[in-house]
Design a protein around this ligand. Structure first.
Ligand code: ARG
Length: 462
């Protein structure tokens, strides 16, 4: 791969080329070629600005801008020959530009450095990923809303400690995830707003003596403004960390949901049937249908947490401004972004395709004395009992049902009055799971009316 001994970009003070091992540890072209489009966009904006400020001639800038497009198309069509000796995407592009347009290529690097260049490229790349994450999360929210709307009044057990707690609605459970992914969306949007300042023109670290126009390049690249401090601009990777932090929280939500899908699709639960499109079979057990996509989402998110920690470790000991350590930012972020997008798309596909088993959900909703709280609440309402006393009476009735191997609605009125004489027939009205969920009309509660209100609010918001 090595074409030259001493580097054609910075070899002036060097008598010899690098050792092969030095080249291997130093080069980032193996991965940072993923930022080729951003690098060329940044250079084209810089070239236009150099001409507008009179730093280079219009014809030189025009040659650079045209030549950069040629380089881009060579890269996009796989014709470009990347060189390890040229270290990174910035020098590979510039060297090829030199081959294509000759002398004007050497003027492109006026008033900038690879330090502001890489910060700019990487920011543009991360910004695209944030936009992709936002659309991915929105698509998933839409799939959840469709599930919630269809099953707004289907009952299922609500759990605490994974023990049956109170009946809830399927719609309510789906909408819990809508809230979680809604916060993820706003975290990505928030990070995008804060990151959107251009490092370009900060040069190596101190700014430049050329009369550059950083506002012009910032605007051309879709930034809100140039970053205000050149030292900070070249040494800041907060934008990547904020992306990874928001991605980690989003991934944690994906993993919790994946875990529920694994449990729910088991033969013991049968709450959902995942589509064949998002399941696999077993090579030995013909009856098996495995929730592999959910399991892989659950596993892959560890890489995103890892990337977040790894980049924090890279950054935590660095004095200002740029250090080569920062080259280790990219692979982590690339991998995290790839896996986040894949997990979001797989989850969206699973949610779109899955069918809830209404009968199993309802049967499970009534088991495990899930309406015990409704009974206690009835005692408070109908008999004006203090809640603590009502809790005790209900507990006695639960113990009675448990010893008989039946559920609360199966006890007779005589059984009930043997524990508290004032209980009447009316109590059976609250012991059904549908009555239970319908009664929970407090704001944010599980009743179908409240769920449908939230579905409408989210549809409006999207
Ligand atoms: N490949 C380098 C990186 O990814 C570009 C910046 C190099 N700057 C320097 N001063 N050596 O960080």
């Amino acid at each position: 791969m090595t074409k030259d001994t001493s580097n054609q970009m910075w070899g002036g003070r060097f008598a010899a080329g690098p050792d092969a091992i030095m080249e291997a540890i130093n080069a980032s072209i193996g991965f940072d070629q993923r930022m080729a489009a951003q690098d060329i966009a940044g250079s084209r904006a810089h070239a236009a600005m150099l001409a507008a400020t009179g730093i280079v001639t219009d014809s030189d800038a025009e040659a650079m801008r045209e030549g950069l497009l040629t380089v881009l198309s060579e890269i996009e069509t796989g014709k470009f020959e990347f060189s390890t000796a040229l270290e990174d995407i910035h020098m590979n592009v510039e060297a090829r530009l030199k081959e294509i347009i000759g002398e004007p290529a050497g003027r492109l690097h006026t008033g900038r450095s690879r330090n502001d260049q890489v910060a700019t490229d990487f920011k543009l790349w991360v910004r695209d990923q944030i936009d992709a994450a936002i659309s991915g999360v929105e698509a998933l929210i839409r799939a959840l809303l469709a599930q919630a709307e269809a099953g707004a009044d289907w009952v299922m057990p609500g759990f605490t400690h994974l023990q049956t707690a109170q009946p809830v609605t399927w719609g309510h459970h789906m909408m819990a995830y809508v809230e979680m992914f809604g916060r993820d969306k706003s975290r990505f949007e928030d990070a995008r707003k804060r990151m959107n300042e251009s490092p370009l023109g900060a040069a190596a670290l101190a700014g430049t003596s050329f009369p550059i126009d950083r506002h012009m390049t910032a605007e051309a690249l879709g930034f809100d403004r140039p970053a205000a401090n050149s030292l900070d601009a070249v040494s800041d990777r907060d934008f990547a960390l904020e992306f990874l932090a928001a991605a980690s929280i989003c991934a944690m939500h994906l993993s919790r949901f994946a875990e529920e899908l694994v449990i729910w699709s088991s033969a013991q639960f049968r709450f959902v049937t995942l589509s064949d499109r998002f399941s696999t079979g077993s090579s030995i057990m013909p009856q098996k249908k495995n929730p592999d996509a959910a399991e892989l989402i659950r596993a892959k998110i560890g890489r995103i947490f890892g990337a977040n920690t790894a980049l924090l470790m890279v950054m935590k000991g660095l004095p200002l401004a740029y250090s080569k350590d920062m080259q280790e930012d990219k692979e982590q972020v690339f991998d995290a972004a790839d896996n986040l997008m894949l997990a979001l798309a797989a989850m969206e596909g699973m949610v779109k395709d899955m069918s809830a088993n209404r009968e199993s959900l309802e049967a499970a909703a009534g088991s495990g004395f899930s309406t015990a709280t409704d009974l206690a609440d009835w005692l408070v309402r109908a008999l004006n009992m203090p809640f603590r006393d009502a809790h005790h009476v209900t507990g006695t009735l639960v113990a009675m049902a448990e010893s008989r191997g039946c559920d609360l609605p199966d006890l007779s009125l005589e059984d009930m009055t043997s524990v508290h004489e004032a209980i009447t027939e009316d109590v059976f009205g609250v012991l059904g799971v549908h009555n239970s969920v319908a009664s929970r009309t407090s704001y944010g509660g599980t009743s179908p009316v409240r769920v449908l209100e939230q579905v409408a609010r989210w549809k409006e918001a999207l």
